[in-house]
Design a protein around this ligand. Sequence first.
Ligand SMILES: NC(=O)c1ccc[n+]([C@@H]2O[C@H](COP(=O)([O-])OP(=O)(O)OC[C@H]3O[C@@H](n4cnc5c(N)ncnc54)[C@H](OP(=O)(O)O)[C@@H]3O)[C@@H](O)[C@H]2O)c1
Length: 144
Amino acid sequence: MPGRMQTPTAALLWIIRIGDVVGLRQPLQTTCAARIKPASLQNRFHAKTHYDRALRAFCCNKNIVYQSFWTLTADPQILAAPAVTVTAEKYGRTPAQVFFRYLTQSGTACLTGTSSPEHMAQDLAIFDFCLTAREGEAIGAQLK
Ligand SMILES: NC(=O)c1ccc[n+]([C@@H]2O[C@H](COP(=O)([O-])OP(=O)(O)OC[C@H]3O[C@@H](n4cnc5c(N)ncnc54)[C@H](OP(=O)(O)O)[C@@H]3O)[C@@H](O)[C@H]2O)c1
């Protein structure tokens, strides 16, 4: 009808997430079968699953954002490793910040949970420094 306003076209965004995945089978099947592909995958990040190395590569290849949780709780040995503590000292950061920064630089989105305003501020303050390739390699070597 002339002069009548058009109804704006509704934009519908579907965000599908999968989580608690062991191995590659579920994401592979989900991704292949789904008309709308998963946008992200959330998993515990720990040594028992070899830090999901294969799964992270799969996600990267399929444009699925790999999100880690339990990252700090499960990995105290990484936070205590010299590769992390020495780097933290160099940048005037905490080991947790360096670990989150390493993972972020490597393409992992880190989920964090805290009841401390100080930790929350630290968790968010990882985007104003950058690890060198050598530092990244040294920290990455701890993920075994
Ligand atoms: N999709 C799922 O199935 C699933 C399952 C579990 C969790 N999650 C989500 O994942 C997120 C992460 O939770 P999470 O418990 O697994 O996280 P996390 O990486 O294990 O971190 C939480 C622990 O680290 C401490 N922490 C946080 N920031 C710190 C910092 N900058 N320095 C030192 N310690 C720090 C916290 O203690 P303070 O409180 O003392 O800071 C808490 O003990 C949450 O939002 C949660 O809802 C999702």
